[in-house]
Structure formats: C-alpha cells, structure tokens
Design a protein around this ligand. Structure first.
Ligand code: GCV
Length: 697
C-alpha cells in the first residue's frame, strides 16, 4: 500500500531482518491479559505492531515459558506483583519499562499502577522499537508532569472547523450515535500514544445545542470509543445556555434559577457520560456571552459551573483569552488586568487556560505575563496546533520550537529559573490541578492534519504536555524516525529543516517582534496596511505602528506600561531598548528606522534582511527535501514538495508585500543586494481572498 499519512507515527512498517530478529527476540511471548478494555487495547496495539514488524503475531501466554517474554500489567497481576517493582516511580498514570528476570528467564516488563499507565507504557515501548533503541538493560520510569492534557477542537456542529485547514470536523454529528467511524478509534489511539487524555469536542465559540439530549447522546457515543484509550470527553459551555435552552430570562451566575439550571444540566451530562471531563468556557470575549453581562466576575461564572461539576469529579477550564470592544487598554494588557485581581477566587476545580502569549498565537510573542502572576489559581497552557497565523496547512512550520520557547521562558517571579514550564507543571506555585491544551489541527483530510508535517505539531504537543521539559529537537527526531524513515541520512536533514522552520516563518511574516500583520478575518497572507476596521485592535496598524518616524509598539514604562505586568527583572529587561532581545524588539518598543541594531546596521536594513532571510530558508528547505527523492515514499514526497513550493511563493509574497508597505513609510532605500518587490504596493493591497478556509462562522 502506498503511504498516505493516515497511519501518522503509528505506521509499524516491516523491520529489516536484523532489527526484526532483535524485536522478535524480546517478544517471543506476550504475557498480557485483556481484563479491561484499556488492557485489551494495549495488547491489541502490541500485537498489531509486533506482527507488522516481524511478520508474525506474538504468542499470548499466561506466564513466560522461555526467555524473551514481554509482560504487561498492573500490580493486580500476581506476576507483576511478584517482581516487587518500584511502582511509586510510575505515579497514577505513568509506567515502568524494565528488563527483568522471571524464574531465571529474561523478560521485559511494562508495569503501571493503572491500566492507562500500561497503555502509555506500551506506546513508549513501541517508540523504542520504532526508533530502534537498545532493548536490553531497560530501566525506564515515566509519569506525566501535567494532569489535564487535552485537545481543544474548534469544531462546529455543522462540521465546519474554525481555523481548521484539514477538511471538515472528524465528528460526524449527523450520523452519531448510530455510526461510529473507525477514525474515532484511530484518533483515540493516536492521542493515547502521546499521552493526551482529553478531548474538548466543540468550539469555544459555543453552540448551546451541543448540551441538548440529542447531542449528549452523540457525545456519549464518542466517549465510549475513547474510554479504553484513556481519553475523556469535555464540552464547551455557552454561557447563555440557560436562556437559549432553558427559557430563563437571565444567565446571571448568581441567580438561583440559573444555578439550578446548570446543576440539572451537569447532572444530566453525567447520566450520559459518567466520566465526563468537564466544561471549557470562552466568556466575554469576541462577542461571547459571559458573567460580565450581569456585572459579575469571571470567577463568579466559573465557580457557578465548578460547583455541580465538582460533585462528579469534573473541572472547568475558563479561558483567559479576553479582550473587550469598549476597553481602550493595550490589548496585550487586558487578560492580566482582568484576571490577576481574581487570583485565589476560583473554586478548586477551576483551571484558567492561558494562551502562550499575551495576544493571540502569533508566530512569535513574549510569554503571557499571567504566568507567574497567579500563584493561587492553577493556570493551564493553551497552545495552537492549527496554524491560523502560520501559513495554514501548506507551510512547513514545526511548532515544537515555539512551544519549547514559551515553556522555557523565565518569569523570574521566584528568582532565576522560574520558567513557564514550572508554572504549568504546578511545581512553582504548588498547583494541585495542572494542564495543557492544544487547539487541534485535525480534520477529515486523509492525513488528518492537512499536511504530513502538521502531524508533528500534534505529536509534539502531546509529548510536551506529558513533559514540558522535553526538547523540541528530540521530539522532532522521534517523530521523523517513526513517520518517515529511520535512516540517519534522511532523519538529520528533515529534523534540521523542521528545527529552522518556525524561525523562517517569523522572518518572512513578522520579524523582530512584529505581530498580527495578517489579512482581515481569514488571517491568510500579508495585510499590514489595514487600518479601517471598526475595532482598533483588529487593525494591523494598531500592532506595528509604523509611520515616518519609525516602527513598533511602545509598551515600556513610558508607553502602555505592558512590561510592568512582568516581574521586576523581566520588566526591567523588556522595558529597556538595550536589553530587550532583538527578536521581540518591536513588540515592546517603537524605534526610529535608523536605530542602530547590535549588528551596527540600521533597523530598516535589518528588517528587510530578516524578510529576505526567511524566504531564503524556505528555498533551502525545498532543496533539502528535493534531495530526499527516492528515500521517502512517492505519495508523501510529492505532496510535501508541492507544499514547499507554495510556501516559497507565499513567503516571497509576504516579504514583498511587507517590504513594499513598510518602505512606503520608511522612505529608505533597500539595503545593498535586496531585490525590489515584484509588484507595486497597490497590487498586494488589491488581493482579496473571500473563500480562504477556516474563517469564523
Ligand atoms: C475560537 C482568535 C481566532 C478566533 C478564535 C479566538 C479564540 O481570535 O481568530 O477564531 O475563536 O482566537 O481563541 O477564542
């Protein structure tokens, strides 16, 4: 069969003879019961993979009869209990993978305290096989550093995916609950393989219909498919649902009738889905209803839902992505202004979900100042896997490096090393609840994510949610070896390409700390000139503030003071032009076009050079990929080649349009060697894309 990307990183191709021999020698027998659906899923996955690697299914036995058995289970199994493994190191969801001996026979053990841990350990073991790691002398212990690891699907009930570039929603609501697409099982397998344990099925721009009995029955059917894989179902709550569904006159969170309505609704949800995870809420942002409509706070709203959820072990994920149409405060400051005064006021089962940057999933943003500023409220990270601002489906942009940069950022709130990762994993402030959410990039496209390389962003998210300290390069390498080839001469160039890809996109779109220069509404392509939209912060000109005198948004102490939302040392660093890292310079400062950069060259010249560099890196990526012809299967090779050609064209378009526009303001000549844009500025300004995909509906 030709490869079409459907199998993701779980391809399990036949191993070359020597490797097949080693794999088989470590799995001559499988000791694995199927006493629960989760254990059965682990056994089935191993059987499927081992059969495919070695050409032969492993023998399933009750206890090892020879050396080379693979044993999996929890301490409920007498065989595992007899090994007296240090299962404390596995925690509730983690696992141990160990080389051991049973009655003098060499065995490999995958052991855990829960069935889910066994499943996660199984996928780890399969990773070892897929990446041809040594299988002797194993002593692996792993447990997740965050508890809630969810994909947020911005999927509407009509199957349109907001900011989706991979086809329609994979949830075929109309045919549910009667028809369960096999794809739902494969989705759950893929999630479990990287430790994702939750799925928010519906868009944060929520539709109350998803909470009606007919739709709860559909959601329950999905929950039934996901359950063996440890993936819990969550839904989004439209705050005005008591009015829309319940016929109440108000959705005031302090109104007893409203509270009673939500309690009854939540109890009802649990009758359909006994292990329902909880609710995700976007309130009082971008037109969504919320508690502020009734002069109540975000905490009032969240706590109203949290109380009945707590009775069932559910949680609320309340989003901090709020900015208001009648607030003239710098948009980058609004979430902090709104939420920090509420620290400590949320119920114990509420997490506040914070986007990595203060604005909105831009190619580069500084970390959100909320991280480190709410020690009494668990903050969970929200990353965007779907590339709304990063070239949609066709641009090859590996987001592992973006995630890593955000997690490694140092809030300095408790001295050096107070990284965002330590906030998110709960260690810094002693959070009891911890989590990470990724806005999904999944749709009905055969390859799930709109491109083969976008799968890496799903993969990297899961791996980093499990361990926020894992490195982006190592994750990329694992993914390439499992997804394309284990041949080092293929792995290295692809990994190098991935590792440089996000910086290239920053360079050809929004270098030096620029942000939000994308086309109106759809966010496709460059439109830095747009200045006529109703709300100031919808206009790119609001963000770059380019004019004859210079470019950039002054957020220092003499500007909007946004830097003062960070801890003192970070505020001092970002507050001064001299100490602000150049890759965030124009985010924090407005500077003259002739400002001297560290290189000694002017800001204008460097800006143009960054744009050129971004395009050059994409051209280099094309050549790197072209050289792999014949070493990657033809179907995927061709599509990646075509997408890279699109990316190169679009990178050039971004560069030319931005350079033409900024030059109309800077009135400076292009630096030596830089080519004039292919067209006059008016050409770029006249381009229209009414049907660009993924637009909000
Ligand atoms: C779901 C951005 C996107 C919106 C999205 C919003 C959010 O503004 O453009 O489509 O809405 O973020 O995260 O709520």
């Amino acid at each position: 069969m030709a490869e079409d990307g459907y199998d993701l990183w779980l391809r399990y191709p036949a191993a070359e003879p020597a490797a097949a021999e080693v794999i088989a020698a470590h799995a001559r027998e499988l000791v694995a019961d199927d006493a629960s659906p989760t254990l059965a899923a682990a056994r089935a996955e191993l059987t499927r993979a081992l059969t495919s690697f070695t050409g032969k299914p492993p023998a399933v036995v009750g206890s090892p009869t020879q050396s080379g058995a693979l044993i999996l289970g929890t301490a409920r199994s007498p065989l595992i209990a007899g090994l007296e493994l240090p299962l404390g190191r596995a925690g509730e969801e983690g696992y141990l993978i160990r080389s051991a001996s049973v009655d003098g026979r060499a065995v490999t053990v995958i052991a855990a305290n829960s069935d889910r841990g066994v499943l996660y350990g199984t996928f780890h073991y399969l990773r070892l096989l897929q990446t041809r790691q040594p299988l002797d002398g194993l002593d692996i212990a792993s447990q997740p550093r965050t508890r809630i690891r969810v994909l947020d699907h911005w999927d509407n009930l009509d199957r349109h995916v907001e900011r989706g570039y991979a086809g329609e929603s994979i949830w075929d609501w109309h045919k549910l609950p009667g028809w369960l697409e096999p794809r739902y099982t494969d989705y759950a397998r893929a999630c479990a393989s990287v430790g994702i344990n939750g799925s928010v099925l519906t868009n944060v721009n929520a539709n109350a219909t998803s909470l009606t009995p007919a739709y709860l029955e559909k959601a329950a059917a999905l929950a039934g498919v996901f359950r063996p894989y440890g993936v819990r179902v969550y839904l989004t709550a439209r705050f005005s649902a008591p009015i829309e569904l319940g016929g109440l006159k108000t959705a005031d969170p302090l109104d007893p009738a409203v509270r009673a309505w939500w309690k009854a609704k939540i109890d009802e949800i649990y009758r359909y889905i006994p292990d329902f995870g909880g609710l995700l809420v976007k309130a009082n942002s971008e037109g969504q209803p919320g508690p502020q409509d009734y002069h109540r706070t975000h905490a009032d709203g969240a706590n109203m839902l949290a109380e009945p959820l707590a009775a069932h072990g559910g949680i609320v994920m309340w989003r901090a992505f709020v900015y208001s149409s009648d607030n003239t405060e710098d948009r980058a400051k609004q979430a902090y202004s709104e939420f920090v005064p509420l620290d400590g006021k949320f119920a114990d089962n509420v997490l506040v979900q914070v986007k990595n940057g203060p604005i909105d999933f831009q190619p580069r943003e500084p970390f959100s100042p909320l991280f480190g500023a709410m020690p009494k409220t668990p903050l969970m990270m929200e990353f965007q896997l779907t590339k709304e601002y990063l070239g949609f489906a066709t641009h090859l942009v590996y987001l592992g490096t973006l995630f890593e940069e955000a997690l490694a950022a140092d809030t300095m709130v408790a001295g050096k090393g107070s990284t965002v990762a330590r906030v998110v994993d709960g260690e810094l402030h002693g959070y009891k609840l911890t989590g990470m959410a990724g806005v999904a990039n999944i749709g009905t496209d055969r390859n799930w994510s709109g491109s083969d390389f976008n799968q890496a962003n799903w993969y990297a998210f899961g791996r980093l949610a499990w361990d926020p300290f894992a490195g982006a390069r190592g994750i990329a390498e694992e993914w390439v070896r499992m997804t394309f080839s284990d041949d080092a001469s293929v792995v290295k160039p692809i990994v190098d390409m991935m590792m440089g890809s996000r910086e290239a996109a920053v360079d050809y779109m929004t270098p030096l700390g620029l942000a939000h220069l994308m086309g109106t509404g759809h966010h496709y392509g460059p439109a830095p000139w747009v200045s006529d939209l109703k709300r100031p912060e919808w206009n790119p000109t609001y963000y770059h503030r380019a004019a004859a005198d210079g470019i950039g948004f002054e957020r220092g102490p003499h500007g909007t003071g946004a830097v003062l939302q960070y801890s003192a040392p970070v505020a001092a660093r970002y507050g001064s032009v001299k100490t602000t890292p150049e890759n965030l310079l124009l985010w924090f400062h407005h500077l003259p076009w002739d400002y001297r950069m560290k290189s000694g060259d002017t800001l204008w010249n460097e800006l143009v050079r960054h744009y050129d560099h971004g395009v050059a890196v994409v051209s280099q990526m094309r050549s790197t990929w072209a050289a792999l012809q014949g070493r990657v299967d033809a179907g995927r090779f061709e599509q990646v080649s075509a997408f890279l050609a699109i990316q190169e064209q679009e990178a050039q378009w971004w560069r030319d349009a931005c350079v033409a526009y900024f030059q109309s303001l800077s009135k400076r000549p292009l630096p030596a060697g830089a080519a004039a844009p292919a067209h006059p500025l008016e050409y770029y300004q006249a381009l229209k894309f009414p049907y660009a995909p993924g637009q909000a509906r």
